[in-house]
Design a protein around this ligand. Structure first.
Ligand code: FRU
Length: 448
């Protein structure tokens, strides 16, 4: 394959060009549909379209035509969600109008529908400026997440107070066209603006992303971060959390996640604002995470990656193991873990490294190919490091999903994800482990 055609093998991209947030995650006529923020003309953000793929197994994705695009109605189709109703597929998205002479920027919620799940008709604005409660800005009002509870449609939308920060607002409707404001679901955000609220009814899980967050400790360093909160809303009153707020993913690259309508499976943007994208040299920038099945255990949100794969190797290991992998997955089922040092995507030029220190996992991508820089200026970010707490347990399961330009690490359900840009041929794996027992398995992605 020519170098300029290199793409992730089973992670969703736009083909060519730029993508950011996943949008409209929904199952329609037995197939999973995923849309995403897309600009085909460049490897940087531009007028937003909704790119579109579908899949039967959440691993092999078929590219479909762009679903919605800017036209006389809007200058960009920002993030949103999807729902099936009366046999049709409906998209609720943010219609963005740029600052145009005397009229300042507007972000309002619009509707589109499709009979076949491929061709969409735009119906125009359905939650407009007049539907915003007093004190909120119509230029920071976006990312509607629609759901249906007991036959009524509800919609969470991110908004911003004129004199304040972000909040999530709740609307309701009986027909998707006429919406009524219910209440502000959350208090003010820590960051400057909330983005991409999502509510998973099966788990009572509210997730959202926040822009320009003050960093906390060493495990929350991304200036734009995504959080999860379990709790309760009866859709008439604000959300009442019943768990601590937690970071969804401890890695460098995770933002704007969304769950499928009616299924606790989440996909995020495996990327981040304000970073360089070394894959631009291959003609694309941005990809989505592997789908992750979510569950709750006590206070904790746990994630299991979903991919169709075949086990191609299984062996007991204690001490040293070497293997090769650049696309696929590995899994380690470990008893009484005492020491762990894993080098991945190894070549003569470098590697990424995942190690256990006393109380935390440390991921280091500083020697794993092209350098990625962001706006974060703390020591870890400058050194290419991210950390995840280590909770000592009798059994530790480490699962790592590899694609040509990423590694997503799951340890007992906690996630740390990163883009990586080593040479595509860098496939060395080198593990040193001390434990009472460990089974190592390697998986190849199933042929479609
Ligand atoms: C989040 C976001 C959304 C917005 C979209 C624009 O990453 O900023 O709030 O709708 O990206 O592409």
């Amino acid at each position: 394959m020519a170098i300029e055609q290199l793409r992730p093998v089973f992670h969703i991209t736009g083909g060519n060009g730029w993508i950011n947030d996943p949008n409209g995650l929904v199952k329609f006529n037995g197939e999973y549909h995923v849309f995403y923020q897309y600009y085909a003309e460049a490897t940087y953000w531009g007028p937003m379209h909704w790119g579109h793929v579908k899949s039967k197994d959440l691993t092999h994705w078929e590219r479909l035509p762009v679903a919605i695009r800017p036209d006389e109605q809007d200058d960009g189709c920002f993030s949103g969600s999807a729902i099936v109703h009366n046999g049709k597929l409906w998209l609720l998205y943010t219609s963005y109008k740029k600052n145009d002479g005397g009229v300042s920027e507007r972000q309002l919620q619009a509707l589109a529908s499709s009979d076949d799940g491929i061709h969409f008709f735009k119906h125009g604005i359905v939650i407009g400026e007049d539907d915003l409660p007093e004190g909120y800005c119509p230029w920071s009002f976006r990312d509607p997440k629609v759901l249906r509870v007991n036959g009524v449609f509800y919609c969470f939308v991110a908004a911003k107070l004129r004199e304040g920060t972000g909040r999530i607002l709740l609307y309701k409707s009986t027909d998707l066209f006429r919406w009524e404001f219910v209440c502000a679901v959350t208090g003010e955000s820590g960051g400057k603006m909330i983005e991409c609220p999502d509510y998973c009814t099966q788990l009572g899980l509210l997730t959202y992303s926040e822009q320009f967050q003050p960093h906390e400790g060493k495990t929350h360093l991304n200036i734009h971060s995504s959080f999860a909160h379990f709790g309760f809303t009866d859709f008439e009153k604000p959300f009442v959390p019943d768990s601590k707020r937690q970071i969804i993913d401890y890695g460098f690259d995770f933002y704007a996640s969304q769950t499928f309508a009616d299924e606790p499976i989440m996909i995020g943007w495996l990327g981040m604002w304000d970073r360089n994208y070394p894959c631009a040299k291959y003609g694309f920038a941005g990809m989505l995470t592997v789908p992750r099945r979510l569950r709750r255990q006590g206070d904790e949100l746990l994630q299991t990656p979903v991919y169709a794969a075949e086990k191609v190797c299984e062996k007991a290991v204690n001490g040293r193991l070497t293997d090769s992998i650049s696309v696929g997955a590995i899994r380690l089922d470990i008893k009484d873990l005492r020491a762990f040092d894993l080098k991945m995507r190894k070549s003569d030029d470098g590697f990424a490294r995942f190690t256990l220190s006393d109380s935390e996992w440390i991921f280091d991508r500083s020697r794993a190919g092209a350098r990625i820089v962001g706006v974060e200026e703390d020591d870890d970010s400058l050194a290419g490091i991210r950390r995840m707490p280590y909770r000592s347990a009798e059994t530790v399961t480490v699962e790592i999903v590899f694609d040509l330009f990423s590694a997503e690490i799951f340890v007992n359900g906690k996630a740390l994800s990163a883009t990586l840009y080593p040479e595509p041929s860098a496939d060395g794996l080198d593990l040193e482990i001390d434990c009472s027992s460990c089974t190592y398995s390697r998986y190849e992605i199933a042929k479609s």
